[in-house]
Design a protein around this ligand. Structure first.
Ligand SMILES: [Fe+2]
Length: 272
């Protein structure tokens, strides 16, 4: 599997603080089945924003340390870019790093509480440049929780979505959990990511969360979002085929109750 969203580069953002912590995170993700990790430190608009050169150098350093530690995991460069009106202009000027540095897919983050009014304009400008926006963890955005139909509209316009796979286990609260499930059932997830910022308390957390994703989407689709689609973007190729999206949800109350019981059980298990 390939994790397209992680904060494993030490000391660059609010993720890993030390190389030791980085190696611990990489080891845990490897145990969960990830053979490739894209390092995606936060990049924000500003004079002191992280440059592609800094990210590339840090990725290189981590790759070497991971190899020296004997962990068979490939580390690729990337960034999680917080949206701002001039995002596409920055891409054009070479100031932002795409996923895997292929120049084709940009991981974009929205603020947690709202959808900025320039969001669609930014997506459009990126696409004009031949860069496909990949929206990081849409299930965590309050505006999208309130209006999931916006996701459908964006997907039809070619925006791709990355799910934090732990959302489905309730890590980010019940509303994100519910939207995660709606998106998975609606075929609206193209990639998953750990969004790991530090080592997890338990080695099994990632694996359990991934298993719950597979339970919702089935084996074939799971393989697509964890391996086939990420492989395609790392190769800088277009995702194949026209996609059809139908919003399956919101989940009917009866069904939701069943899911609540199921996830309560899961959460209970995690707290043991
Ligand atoms: Fe992140």
């Amino acid at each position: 599997m390939i994790d397209i969203h992680s904060h494993i580069l030490p000391g660059l953002d609010d993720g890993s603080d030390t190389m030791e912590e980085t190696l611990g995170m990489v080891r845990q993700l490897y145990k969960a089945g990830f053979k490739t990790l894209i390092a995606t430190p936060h990049v924000l608009e500003g004079n002191d924003s992280l440059s592609p050169e800094e990210i590339l150098a840090a990725t290189d350093q981590v790759s070497k340390q991971v190899a020296e530690a004997g962990i068979p995991v490939e580390i690729l460069p990337g960034a999680e870019n917080y949206i701002f009106p001039d995002l596409a202009k920055w891409v054009r000027q070479g100031k932002l790093l795409t996923l895997g540095n292929t120049g084709k897919y940009l991981l974009v983050e929205l603020p947690m509480l709202e959808i900025p009014q320039y969001t669609e304009q930014v997506f459009f400008e990126l696409q004009v440049l031949g860069v496909t926006p990949v929206l990081a963890h849409p299930e965590r955005n309050k505006g999208l929780i309130d209006q999931p139909a916006r996701l459908l509209e964006w997907a039809k316009n070619g925006v791709l979505f990355q799910l934090n796979f732990r959302s489905l286990s309730g890590r980010y609260g019940p509303q994100s959990q519910e939207l995660a499930e709606i998106m998975l059932r609606s075929n609206l997830i193209h990639f998953v990511g750990s969004d790991a910022h530090r080592t997890s308390q338990k080695d099994s957390t990632y694996l359990e969360a991934l298993q719950s994703v597979e339970e919702v989407v089935g084996e074939e689709r799971f393989r697509e979002v964890t391996l086939i689609n990420p492989q395609t973007i790392i190769a800088g190729k277009p995702l194949p085929g026209e996609r059809e999206y139908i919003l399956n949800g919101p989940i009917k109350k009866k069904r939701m109750n069943r899911f609540w019981r199921f996830y309560k059980r899961l959460r209970g298990k995690e707290e043991d």
